[in-house]
Design a protein around this ligand. Sequence first.
Ligand SMILES: Cc1cc2nc3c(=O)[nH]c(=O)nc-3n(C[C@H](O)[C@H](O)[C@H](O)COP(=O)(O)OP(=O)(O)OC[C@H]3O[C@@H](n4cnc5c(N)ncnc54)[C@H](O)[C@@H]3O)c2cc1C
Length: 596
Amino acid sequence: MNPSTSRTQRGSAFLIEDLDPQRIFVPEDFSDDQKMMADSTTEFVDREVWPQKHRFEAHDYDFTFDLMRKAGEMGLLGIYVPEAYGGLGMGFNTSMLVCDRISGASGSLSTAYGAHTGIGILPVLLYGNEEQKAYYLPKLASGEWIGAYCLTEPGAGSDANSGKTRAVPSSDGSSYSITGQKMWISNAGYAQLFIVFAKIEDDKNLTAFLVERDNPGLSLGEEEHKMGIRASSTRQVFFTDCVVRADRMLGERNGGFKIAMNALNVGRIKLAAACLDANRRILRASAEYAQQRHQFGQPIAQFGAIQQKLATMAMLHFASESATYRAGQDIENTIGALEASGMDPQQAKLKGVEEFAVECALLKVHASEAGSWIVDQGVQIYGGMGYSADAPMDSAYRDMRIARIYEGTNEINRMLSVGMLLKKALKGELELMGPAMKVGAELLELPSFDGPDPEELLSEERESLAQLKKAFLMVAGKAVEQFGPGIEEEQEILMAASDVLIQIYVFESVLGRALKLAAAKGTQAAAQEIDLARLYRYEAVEVAQRSAREAISSFADGDVQRMLLMGLKRFTKIRTLHNLKELRRRVAQRVLAGVA
Ligand SMILES: Cc1cc2nc3c(=O)[nH]c(=O)nc-3n(C[C@H](O)[C@H](O)[C@H](O)COP(=O)(O)OP(=O)(O)OC[C@H]3O[C@@H](n4cnc5c(N)ncnc54)[C@H](O)[C@@H]3O)c2cc1C
């Protein structure tokens, strides 16, 4: 298989279109060249990073900086930067693959890499003019310079557009003088380029500026002492009448908030990728430990309680991985199609990611929460050793925690995902009304007693997926009907709706991968993926059921509530309950065999 076997779906269309496994990109589709790139990144991490992991815990910022330089020498910082600007000019999904593999050993390096290649380089790549790109990108791609992204302020975190940092134009218009304070800035200690968001006069929105480290008026606070990612440099950055040439404005005046948000879209999906190798390593270490550790005369790996954990860890990792690379390839294909239609490559890159902003937000939430759960269970499998600062779970546990906070907190991303989806529908970019009305009409009919074809692989799971889409349309449709634009204020409902949406996207990605692999290599060879899809269906249905019920209870009563609950029951019905114990044991035993 290769990427050309996956066809692109429009952003958010997963909600209203039927699953077509052949359309979904799966990690097994990566070409040999892409796999080689991933392998050489893993080799770099295993050789240069893993044996010296303890240095991160000792706040050795120089170690992180050296690694970034080495990554730059290997071309890993410029994967996505066009060759004309000193990069390797590879596709979006290859850049995701490298981000995945470089991030596994430590959250410190992962954060430095993510901040540099994501929110550091991308604003320049996507919004820079020719002179800015030619000047900055080669330095950033090679690692000669490290980038930092300065949006957050002490009083402006989630409400990022409310920052107080000001840029005052000089009387002759040749420069701006920036004054303000930025907080929590990753890479600040060793960055040469700071992308700074500030307001000019009484502008409604922010404007972005490219500020260099030796600009007079720029100074740094001390390193923050953090719970985890201890060797990722995080400092405050102060600007005191910091003069920046006018030609260092990035994009347009008032256009900074858009730049900040578009950079974050990429940051979010990259953060999902960045959780993957950590999950892989945690799962592998847990499986190895469970085989070595004996209690009651046998390896703990033989206990059902441990196998249950390993199976769920494997399932969540498989789910995050499937959904992340599916969206990554859809973005890459969309960019390719826009370029082929004649769009300027810079604009195409921007539009390609924007199209999948909903998926980027969903993935960020899912991957960071799956990662948190996986590492928590890793600690548990290690028992007392899991709590030891000398065992690998300690730093992994603390490092993973930040993923739910930065690149927009998970609360913000949850609300954003549903908000953006509804806006798309309002603008006519996504036809939600028709499908929602169809679901409403279906509720008034008697339920069909025809089941899916039992001979068809994963047919009940396919049916469940289609039904969950109806459940979302039913609940969200009714809530929008009730609240109108006021739905924005109904945070609990938005959060619950987002949970259903996440499950739909992720479940579809899992199911699509299992079906595509089964078609390509046969059901026996795809036995693990098929079992993971079976298992994930229970997760998806359960979360969706709980969240949808929560939403319904928050806005509907009387007959409407009864009708919605009846619909929910219909749409979350499980026809045949698998033996979950056996299913999980099979999955866990294959995981254990893989590390034996
Ligand atoms: C280690 C680290 C590295 C970082 N790196 C960078 C960086 O490189 N560049 C940068 O600009 N920033 C960076 N940040 C900042 C980060 O993006 C913010 O911390 C994050 O966006 C949350 O903002 P806040 O901390 O001000 O929390 P707040 O916005 O104060 O949020 C506190 C709580 O309230 C919730 N909340 C806030 N608003 C709402 C709302 N409207 N509705 C419901 N709930 C809400 C949040 O979800 C959260 O649970 C970093 C932070 C950390 C800790």
